[in-house]
Write a protein that binds this ligand. Structure first.
Ligand SMILES: [Zn+2]
Length: 686
């Protein structure tokens, strides 16, 4: 029997991949990588781009290409066997990462290449590959002595296990909780679409009535529309205590110890590398220059937003009091509900009223039309591609000269055993092969929108439309790159605080009347979004924007300070409460609302404990400043101005990680970034 993961193919054979294939394939590929590194080092005296970088890149790419579908399937068609197989490989991959990162002779080979005459005639991207490699060698402990080096490896392995454990707890806690409602009267206020979806969920579980879960498409409508305060409280309490010692599943999937250990080990890792703290280590690979620059950037935004945020909250409170007869104090589970009502009163427009105007087909075609006008792209559906689920579609992307640039899988709907949220990931990246041919990039675009119900097409909220554009922005960064040195092609090698630039940038077109004219259309009549609704939607855009800004800043400062101020020598009791205390302090200082005592938001904060955003969550805001400022050039010169589009394509999208983002930004904008455009777009007075 052949292992589909070990077959060289242009695209993965998803339908053939079974859990038992995973570990043998990974073991074999890693062995091949190690063997190649040994060969390269043994058979050369003088190291060149051709005899050092290319052959190792080749085998690493093979490993990446077989791991990518496994990791992807673990996220989108998860089951126990696959999860076990996936997890059994994490220590191997981490061990290989450490093996490379601490390989003394490999490091010396790169060092020799950096000091050689050849280095000076390499192109910008190739030089950047070597510079980054040397930087990463240092960050992965190459300069450490024997015992410290060993300790470094242990920490890295343990951290990768812990972050996986964290994510699993969040996923399990999310799935462990459901509410089955049998009486329709309990659902008053809830839109029909949400009720229908809840009915289908109940049926799938062979239950009667309506079933609600903590997945966003099920959870959010309840919080926003359901008049039933007790149900809102029940759902909110379950949601914001997931994977903690609080709430309905208290202690069952508790992440507390995992989080404490993660922080402790991150700090130890940073100390081993001679950083004062983990935030400092995080900054070493980012666009931001130092930790003070990050904090003052966030504080500056907070100061500019605070007064307006307080005003927005006071308005919400006053409004809620006029509606609520029992004079109950406004609680966390009331905020989205009254906010939606206030939004209604002011703009009389709801997500639900807009939904019929955003059917899937119109939106997807509209998105393709936007990137055709901006960058000259043509996107075509390819039938018959093997995928992991029948709802997944596959597309090819061609540029203005009709050259293929890349392809992507589009997986739009929420379903069981699929991780929540939306993201772009790479199936494979652009790189020049040894024979001179170029491997084209392939992306996964994953969302969790409502699937079509009955004969109706899938109808999206405007928010979901924005999400799709966002992920597609990442997608074109990955797919349009013209850099052939793989580790700085596309999103590779782009600092995390600049990587959200193309994604947040593309969101802007979801708010442009000229674009909405062709990407909206009532699913029954085809009528485009009426002018009156459009005007209201645009007017509502910045509703409570200062409160939202402050919320993101609160998460960012919490994450950054938690890693910055960690004290290694604090008593264990102090360390136990450390995370909650930092969060409380940050909330006190920056939040305009009060979270309930039992709120354990941090236990589900996967970005920083389960993903790669540790001491880097601020990146979203940082990149938002870049994207708003970049978009303001389109505002000045025309939102479909081809020349500006081409400038963005050639200066930013195509360049990937081959140059510093500050250089690329200046090349496009003609100056350094300014925060004014973001504040203006958010309706916050500068
Ligand atoms: Zn993003």
């Amino acid at each position: 029997m052949t292992n589909p993961l070990l077959v060289q193919a242009s695209l993965p054979h998803f339908s053939e991949i079974k859990p038992e294939h995973v570990k043998p394939a990974v073991v074999q590929a890693i062995a091949k990588c190690k063997e190649t590194i040994a060969d390269v080092l043994a058979s050369n005296q003088i190291f060149t781009w051709g005899n050092l970088v290319i052959p190792i890149d080749e085998v690493d790419d093979t490993l990446g290409k077989l791991w990518s579908p496994v990791s992807h399937m673990n996220s989108v068609v998860n089951n126990d066997e696959l999860r076990d197989a996936y997890e059994s490989c994490l220590p191997l991959l981490s061990e290989y990462g450490t093996f490379v990162g601490q390989h003394q002779s490999l490091y010396e080979a790169y060092q020799q290449l950096a000091d050689s005459n050849e280095y000076h005639i390499l192109n910008v991207a190739q030089k950047k590959v070597i510079d980054n490699a040397l930087r990463d060698f240092t960050l992965s402990g190459i300069a450490l002595s024997g015992d410290d080096k060993k300790r470094y490896g242990e920490i890295a392995t343990r951290l990768s296990e812990l972050s996986s454990k964290f994510s699993n707890n969040v996923m399990d806690a999310t799935q462990a909780f459901t509410v089955n409602i049998s009486n329709e009267s309990e659902l008053s206020g809830l839109p029909e679409s949400a009720q229908e979806a809840a009915k289908i969920l109940a049926k799938e579980k062979e239950l009667s009535g309506w079933l609600f879960t903590l997945d966003y498409p099920s959870y959010l409508p309840v919080m926003m529309y359901c008049d039933n305060r007790a149900l809102r409280e029940q759902m909110y309490s379950a949601f914001c205590t997931r994977a903690s010692e609080q709430g309905p599943n208290a202690g069952e999937f508790d992440n507390s110890e995992t989080m404490a250990e993660i922080l402790k080990l991150r700090h130890e890792l940073a100390s081993l590398l001679d950083f004062d703290n983990y935030s400092e280590k995080s900054i070493a690979t980012k666009m931001a220059g130092n930790t003070e620059e990050v904090l003052s950037f966030l504080e500056n935004l907070a100061i500019k937003s605070k007064t307006q945020g307080q005003k927005e909250f006071a308005e919400l409170t006053a409004f809620a009091q006029t509606l609520s007869a029992d004079n109950n104090e406004l609680q966390a589970w009331d905020l989205p509900y009254y906010a939606e009502k206030l939004k209604q009163e002011r703009y009389s427009i709801s997500d639900e009223a807009l939904r019929p105007y955003f059917p899937e087909d119109k939106i997807v075609k509209g998105l393709f039309e936007v990137v055709r006008r901006l960058f000259g792209l043509t996107i075509t559906l390819r039938e018959g591609v093997d995928t992991w689920h029948k709802d997944v579609k596959f597309y090819d992307v061609f540029d203005a000269d009709n050259n293929q640039r890349g392809s992507f899988y589009l997986d739009l709907y929420a379903r069981e055993n699929k991780r929540g949220g939306a993201w772009m990931d790479d199936c494979k990246g652009r790189r020049e092969l040894a024979n001179g041919e170029v491997q084209l990039p392939v992306a996964y675009l994953t969302c969790n929108f409502n699937q079509p119900i009955g004969d109706k097409p899938a109808l999206f909220t405007h928010n979901e439309v924005v999400t799709l554009f966002h992920e597609f922005g990442h997608g074109i960064h990955h797919m349009l790159t013209q850099i052939n040195a793989s580790s700085v092609a596309g999103i590779n090698g782009v600092p995390w605080d600049a990587v959200e630039l193309p994604s947040q940038f593309l969101e802007n077109w979801c708010w442009q009347p000229e674009a909405l004219a062709f990407m909206s259309g009532h699913f029954e009549t085809g009528e485009p979004l009426p002018k009156e609704m459009l005007d209201k939607m645009l007017a509502a855009k910045n509703f409570q924007s200062a409160m939202q800004m402050l919320r993101q800043i609160e998460f960012s400062i919490f994450d950054f300070q938690m890693h910055l101020n960690y004290e290694e020598k604090a008593s264990s009791e102090k360390q136990e409460n450390y995370i909650q205390q930092i969060l409380n302090k940050v909330r006190q200082q920056y939040s305009v609302t009060t979270a309930p005592e039992f709120n354990r938001f941090q236990h589900g904060f996967s970005h920083i404990f389960g993903g790669g955003y540790a001491a880097g969550y601020y990146s979203y805001k940082w990149a938002e400043v870049l994207s708003a400022d970049a978009f303001s050039r389109f505002e000045d010169e025309g939102i479909f101005n081809e020349e500006v589009g081409r400038d963005f394509l050639t200066n930013i999208l195509e360049k990937g990680g081959s140059q510093e983002p500050s250089e690329l930004f200046s090349a496009f904008r003609g100056r350094t970034p300014e925060i004014d455009a973001l504040l203006r777009h958010s309706g916050i007075a500068v």
